[in-house]
Design a protein around this ligand. Structure first.
Ligand code: AMP
Length: 494
């Protein structure tokens, strides 16, 4: 197995890495760094938690340590989809570059332009940015990208979800053709493939196993809930969540609780706070300084429950999270993998508990297809398991509690993947290529849809909502052709 010392990195980088306590390169580092140091473009198929940030930062620092920055002309550019991810890359850079004299600037929204302008004017070696903010600076005439020697695109598939691909293409075109490019994505949907074919030159393709298949330290549980009435689903889920949290007792030291929509993040955080749980929300609509504060206190162990949306939490490196809860089953199966990857990191044990109502069956089936196994069913402490007599009598669905066996049967044979929406490119799954691509986009808008441009796939995916007018009778899933009559009966929501 390779050691860092064999990787021909700058000795100052090696010193910083040793101080960070890293003993050996991770697989993505071991594969990517030699190519990067040779000056080749790298296409990295890896997700967060694999050490991918260091896999591009370490060779980048090594390359940039020769030469000097010029005013307004950054020598390298790192693009990340969210502010938090960009800030995280900047933190990593500070650690690895501490013995060099390289300078950096972080350009993210929600922060005043003035300070960022000053840094750029002085000249920076590394510019770390979200695409929108970078283009804002460019359009204000504050920045020239013609001196970029190295460009990194991180989490490209998430950029696609957020509608950033046109921005990325534009930025690529503003940088010199001679640049070296590092391009990272967890999955390779066709749109991303096209981008890499256009802008990367004979890249070295390096790929590491998906986290969900690799991490054996995460215990996954699915708890099914059959709401007594459709309009009570959210409140009954909250009650179930509360009960499950209590049941975990002292094993639960902290948790990230994911919701699909920003509005639900807020509602849940408020509800938990009201019940005196130490909870705070994080999502894209919140003020940047508040997001940073919330995240810092969660990292420092001062905040116990982080209620999060996918975009805000994606890729966050919080080393010790004991639990992840999926308050909603994520609409994109990849997000399930990302979410549960927040726990069980660095060899620690972790538990991921997913709450699901029958309305989420379709999303659940897509996840089970992706991870190629059924999620183990856990008991719902609020709904007694069915007795043998009830089972035999085939009681009407509404009156009977959930039947895990039925779901298991359904899941054991991976469900046929739902047809991708016409406007949504199906994300490819690199190490399950023979699997049907699964894009079970739910009809409600997710946060990913929010920053999307007018005709981006993310935007098209949105649309409906869970409002009163949202008639979902036609969307009953998981029962084959048979829809029991009681489900089609009208009822009034008070
Ligand atoms: P990333 O996938 O870049 O988000 O990295 C995930 C975590 O792994 C970060 O906390 C890094 O500090 C840590 N890390 C990166 N490389 C190594 C390594 N070679 N050994 C141990 N930890 C590492």
């Amino acid at each position: 197995m390779t050691t860092f010392n064999e990787l021909a990195l700058d000795p100052r980088v090696l010193k910083a890495v040793a101080e960070a306590g890293y003993e050996r390169p991770t697989p993505i580092q071991e594969q990517a760094i030699p190519h990067a140091l040779e000056g080749r473009d790298v296409l990295g198929i890896a997700q967060t938690g694999t050490g991918k940030t260091a896999s591009f930062t370490l060779p980048m620092i090594t390359r940039l340590s020769r030469g000097r920055a010029r005013a307004r002309m950054p020598r390298s550019l790192v693009l990340a989809p969210t502010r938090e991810l960009a800030a995280q890359v900047a933190e990593n850079f500070d650690i690895y570059a501490k013995y060099t004299r390289l300078t950096k600037a972080l350009l993210i929204g929600g922060v005043a332009f003035g300070e960022q302008d000053k840094l750029i004017d002085r000249g920076v070696d590394v510019l770390i940015a979200t695409p929108g903010r970078l283009l804002d600076h460019f359009e204000r005439g504050k920045l020239l990208l013609t001196g970029v020697e190295v460009m990194v695109v991180d989490e490209a598939d998430r950029m696609l979800d957020m509608g950033f691909i046109p921005d990325i293409e534009r930025i690529f075109k503003l940088t010199p053709f001679t640049r070296q490019t590092f391009f990272y994505s967890a999955t390779m949907p066709p749109e991303i493939e096209r981008l890499t074919n256009t802008f990367l030159q004979a890249p070295a393709r390096v790929e590491v196993a998906r986290q969900a298949t690799a991490s054996e330290t995460i215990e996954q549980v699915l708890v099914e809930l059959k709401p007594s009435r459709r309009d009570r689903a959210a409140s009954e889920k909250r009650k179930l969540l509360r009960t499950l949290i209590e049941a975990e007792g002292e094993r639960l030291t902290n948790a990230i609780i994911f919701c699909n929509r920003k509005v639900d993040v807020d509602i849940l955080a408020k509800a938990l706070k009201k019940e005196r749980l130490d909870a705070a929300p994080i999502h894209g609509d919140l003020d940047q300084s508040l997001r940073t504060r919330t995240l810092d206190s969660f990292r420092a162990g001062e905040l116990k429950f982080l209620i999060a949306s996918d975009v805000a939490a994606r890729g966050l490196d919080v080393p010790a999270v004991s639990h992840v809860f999926n308050f909603d089953v994520p609409g994109h199966p990849e997000d399930y993998v990302h979410r549960i990857g927040r726990t069980g990191r660095a060899g620690r044990d972790g538990k991921a508990i997913t709450l699901a109502t029958p309305a989420e069956d379709k999303q659940l089936a897509a996840i089970e297809t992706l991870i190629q196994k059924p999620l183990p069913r856990g008991a719902n402490p609020l709904q007694a398991p069915p007795g043998p007599a009830e089972d035999a009598a085939e009681a009407p669905e509404a009156a009977s509690p959930p039947k895990p066996a039925r779901s298991r049967k359904r899941s054991a044979k991976p469900a046929p993947a739902p047809q991708p929406e016409a406007s949504t490119p199906a994300p490819a799954v690199p190490d399950a290529a023979q699997q049907p691509a699964a894009t079970a986009a739910p009809p409600q808008p997710t946060e990913a849809a929010a920053p999307a441009k007018a005709d981006t796939p993310a935007r098209k995916r949105g649309g409906g909502g869970r409002g009163k007018g949202d008639d979902r009778r036609g969307a009953v899933v998981g029962m084959g052709d048979h829809v029991p009559d009681f489900l089609l009966r009208e009822f009034r929501v008070s």
